[in-house]
Write a protein that binds this ligand. Structure first.
Ligand code: MN
Ligand code: MN
Length: 475
């Protein structure tokens, strides 16, 4: 037996070799990525953080997208136009949803490649008649939007975003609370000293929807002849700033979101804490990917920013609207091609977040089939709940396509489902797009504390998702 050289790796045993060839191991991104890739990833995330701070609502996300697209040579969609290879356009659906297209080398009938994220986020909306006064304090009544845990939204600095349509039909854009010098808004909570009854309640009914009233003033209008002087003073200030009256609230969409900016989390800055990762953490990668791939795409690439996902995808800006389908049909028919054939050959990555495994709540996850932070973009074969109800279930053949696409492109990815069977469930726009006779699968970033005012994601997973969508659009 020859003596081993010092630098020679020890020979692998039969079992070790067999394990290597048969068993699946999913490594952490940091075990795979080079230093240069990590730097590239962290740099990319700086752009993402800027997007998060500028775009906290669906309207602001669409505004951001339009500016970004115009700067990258995209033009508004035109009905009746015959689009050709290399054309780049977008359809702005009422400022709340947007559909973005880059025409590829192949015909439309050979199928288009769609990535769909949503840009609405759970939050607190104002009611249509919101302003009132109670014991010399002014408040707004609210109606929460999407699946929030109400207790997380009290005693939190909030900013007011949205639009008010005035009596003359002009639109006022509102954004108060984001600038350091702005006032903020606030929902009160009970002091612990008097919280005995509240502390005994289950979390889900410790606060009711009608309890989430926004504190917005306490100084009276200086005139002893009128009542409700605090409310009047708030109205006077709003009239001075925006020229609005109380009735203008009826035709407004005003919403409260956390004031906080996106920040790195942890000593190593490997995570990002921010409001609205769900689903901007997928929206940003599919926006940047479609712009970056333009000119190199085989099939026509399509990016969707959908509205109303958090409330069930209804309304004409939600994914159940015909707006998106109509645009694609129009594009296809104007080119003298068959839209049914186009849909039948199309592929879609439904880009939405999944629950990242949280060791602090390990009991609700099934670790063998969960997504982990820093293990790459998560592919979810099926969504829904219970016995796979209310699902989009991607066929094994389509999973195979995605698997090979990502592996060939060196995309770091993992497969995961939402949590333990019978623990709950959820779904997104995938099943709606599947109705168009398109192959659809969920692909997105794992997130901690989903739907909380501040959610957490890992930077390497954002980068992996960008790489995944680039590979998909190039194909
Ligand atoms: Mn989502
Ligand atoms: Mn959500």
């Amino acid at each position: 037996m020859a003596t081993k050289k010092k630098d020679q790796a020890p020979e692998k045993s039969k079992g070790e070799l067999l394990k290597e060839s048969l068993c699946m191991t999913k490594k952490y991104s940091y075990d795979i990525m080079t230093e240069e890739q990590i730097k590239e990833c962290y740099d990319y995330c700086e752009g993402y953080k800027e997007f998060l701070d500028k775009a906290k609502t669906e309207r602001e996300s669409v505004t951001y997208a339009v500016e970004y697209l115009e700067a990258h040579g995209f033009k508004p969609f035109e009905y009746g136009k015959k689009y050709k290879k290399g054309d780049k356009f977008y359809l702005n659906n009422r400022g709340k949803a947007i559909y973005i297209v880059v025409v590829g080398k192949k015909s439309f009938e050979e199928g288009v490649h769609i990535a769909a994220a949503h840009v609405d986020t759970s939050r607190i909306d104002l009611k249509q008649n919101p302003l009132y006064e109670d014991n010399n304090l002014a408040f707004f009544k609210t109606h929460y939007y999407g699946g929030i845990k109400k207790y997380q939204w009290v005693t939190l600095p909030l900013a007011l975003h949205g639009v008010i349509m005035k009596a003359d039909g002009t639109k006022v854009e509102v954004c108060i609370g984001e600038d350091e010098s702005d006032p903020i808004f606030y929902i009160t909570d009970l002091l612990p000293h008097l919280g005995k009854d509240q502390a005994g309640k289950p979390l889900y009914n410790a606060f009711s929807g009608e309890d989430l009233n926004i504190l917005c003033g306490s100084r009276p209008f200086a005139d002893d002849k009128v009542g409700e002087k605090i409310k009047l003073n708030v109205l006077a200030l709003l009239n001075e700033k925006y020229g609005i009256t109380e009735e203008d609230f009826l035709s407004s969409e005003l919403t409260l979101v956390p004031v906080s900016k996106a920040r790195d989390v942890g000593f190593d800055r490997s995570l990002i804490g921010a409001y609205g990762h769900d689903d901007r953490v997928c929206a940003y990668p599919i926006l940047t990917a479609i712009a970056d791939v333009a000119g190199k795409n085989e099939h026509t690439s399509v990016t969707i920013f959908a509205d109303k996902e958090e409330t069930g995808s209804d309304t004409n800006t939600g994914m159940t609207s015909f707006a998106f389908e109509d645009m694609l049909k129009e594009m296809c028919i104007n080119a003298g091609q068959n839209p049914r054939k186009m849909f039948a050959n199309s592929k879609c990555l439904s880009a939405d977040v999944n629950a990242g495994f949280d060791p602090n709540f390990a009991g609700v996850y099934e670790a063998r089939n969960s997504a982990f932070l820093n293990k790459g973009v998560c592919v979810t074969k099926f969504t829904g709940g219970g016995g796979k109800g209310g699902t989009n279930d991607a066929h094994a053949e389509f999973v195979s396509y995605v698997r090979n696409l990502f592996n060939d492109a060196g995309v770091i990815w993992q497969m995961g489902e939402l949590g333990k069977v019978d623990q709950g469930g959820g779904g997104t726009v995938a099943k709606i797009l599947a109705k168009l006779n398109i192959d659809v699968i969920d692909v997105g970033v794992p997130v901690l504390s989903m739907h909380a005012p501040v959610e957490v994601v890992a930077k390497t997973d954002i980068w992996s998702s960008y790489n995944a969508f680039v590979a998909f659009f190039k194909d």
